[in-house]
Design a protein around this ligand. Structure first.
Ligand code: HEM
Length: 439
């Protein structure tokens, strides 16, 4: 953990255990702990010796947008496991000029062309998933949708070069990494947990699979493998290690988050039949009137509102941390250089100061004419220069998949009381067994 030159002083926060501070309180219930810190201590909360939580929307914006260059993301991510566990050369794990050059290299691949392609292929992939569903036969939604979203992200990057065996292999390999907890307060990096050993073994195989794909003929064809092509031919030309790290990070960033978004949206629709009915009607009309593609997306405004509301209540990315590289003022306190500063989508998206009936599912919040809200109170895709590069692709995929599922089936939750969020690297929905029913 980075050592602060001076610990943050005078900032209110829970005292915690003499030796472990708030590590136990955080680890046993991170969502509850962060929420109660925010409600009890206000806008700036001291979580530990070198850890601060910011909850005011203005401070979130200040941190992620205005002062982005004064924070290091790579060093905060180190403790979250993603860096040491394998992909240190990716854009996501870089900072400063290095990050800027990598973002610049990747940006052309993530233009409108990629979103259009996503809108086109999502239909066929959705068909494939739903062809296996039977009314009355229970499904584990998370498992089905994860195969679909993994196929989507790999197909956008590698085209058809990525076979089903590869998809299954990568899913198996990245699972232990996605399972890592996300915490600004963690055990020292050197503690060898069984999970870390499993990840190390997986990495060697991820490495072999991705290197082979990067060397495949598809890499020279922008129509077949748009992202891979843009990266391989990017400026500056990536080293083989850099390329491997970029691809692995894109797969991890893109598939589980989208999966979680689809599953949480479906859980909410299953709990709100009137919204589900409206999605079904809209989707039926949209699918009948428009071909697969971006035009269909435009014909699904209510479904889009439902997805945005699901991203508010169950944001797949529920926490974001950075290390301050210089002393900074937040809410009248000095946050010294070296402090890990955390903001939480879970906390801000449900803050009753900024959301009326914050805990309620209300898609109307996202329809024209709804009241405005501060920027830093809703940021499922982050804010500022480091916001999600895949946001448009992810939104398009999620809206399409949700529309396709609900147009055909009404999902019934098998054990609604067992469903709960598991805050790992993403906010995983646990216990989502569903029975597809005919409308
Ligand atoms: C619903 C799905 C998704 C959600 C909720 C999501 C959320 C986020 C968030 C919150 C960040 C910013 C993290 C920070 O500020 O530290 C981020 C960054 C990123 N996302 Fe996504 N994401 C999603 C899907 C995708 C997809 C589909 C891709 C690519 C195929 C992707 C690629 C990335 C990359 C590369 C970054 C790093 C950007 C940078 O460091 O400059 N994401 N994502």
């Amino acid at each position: 953990m980075t050592t602060a030159a001076t610990p943050p002083v005078g900032i209110p926060g829970p005292g915690g255990d003499k030796y472990l501070g708030n590590l136990h309180a955080f680890s046993s219930d991170p969502l509850g702990f962060l929420t109660s810190c925010s409600r009890e201590y206000g806008d700036v909360v001291r979580l530990g010796a070198n850890n601060v939580l910011l909850t005011s929307p203005d401070d979130v914006e200040r941190m992620l947008v205005d002062r982005n260059s004064k924070f290091s993301k790579a060093s905060a991510d180190t403790r979250r496991g993603s860096r040491r566990q394998g992909f240190p050369r990716s854009m996501m794990n870089s900072d400063g000029a290095d990050w800027q050059a990598k973002r610049h290299r990747m940006r052309p691949a993530f233009g409108r062309g990629l979103t259009t392609r996503a809108a086109e292929i999502v239909h066929a992939q959705g068909e494939r998933m739903l062809a296996g569903w039977r009314t009355g036969a229970p499904r584990t939604l998370q498992d089905d949708v994860s195969v679909l979203t993994l196929r989507l992200v790999t197909s956008l990057m590698f085209g058809d070069e990525f076979r089903d065996e590869d998809t299954a292999e990568v899913a198996r390999l990245v699972a232990p990494i996605m399972d890592l907890s996300t915490s600004p307060l963690l055990l020292p990096e050197w503690v060898p947990t069984p999970r870390k050993l499993r990840i190390r073994r997986s990495m060697a195989r991820v490495d072999r699979t991705l290197r082979a794909l990067a060397a495949s003929p598809a890499a020279s064809d922008p129509d077949r493998a748009p992202v891979l092509h843009a990266l391989v031919h990017g400026d500056p030309k990536p080293t083989p290690d850099e390329l491997r790290d970029e691809l692995a990070t894109l797969i991890m960033a893109g598939f589980e988050t989208t999966n979680d978004a689809v599953v949480w949206t479906s859980v909410l629709l299953a709990r709100h039949p009137e919204a589900a009915e409206r999605v079904r009607e809209e989707a039926r009309t949209a699918f009948a009137a428009t071909p697969a593609g971006l035009a269909r997306m435009e014909a699904l405004p209510y479904t889009h509102a439902v997805v945005r509301e699901a991203l508010r209540l169950y944001s797949p990315v529920w926490i974001t941390s950075r290390d301050a590289m210089e002393d900074m003022e937040f809410g009248g306190y000095v946050v010294p250089a070296g402090t890990t500063v955390t903001v939480s989508q879970w906390v801000n998206h449900r803050d009753p100061r900024h959301w009326e009936s914050a805990e309620d599912f209300r898609p109307e919040r996202w329809l024209p004419g709804a009241p405005d809200f501060p920027r830093g109170s809703y940021f499922p895709f982050g804010l500022g220069p480091r916001a999600c590069i895949g946001a448009a692709v992810a939104t398009t995929e999620t809206v399409h998949i949700v529309a396709d599922i609900w147009r055909r089936f009404r999902l019934e939750l098998v054990a609604p009381e067992r469903i709960r969020p598991r805050p790992a690297l993403a906010l995983q929905p646990m216990g989502v067994e569903v029975v597809p029913r005919a409308w």
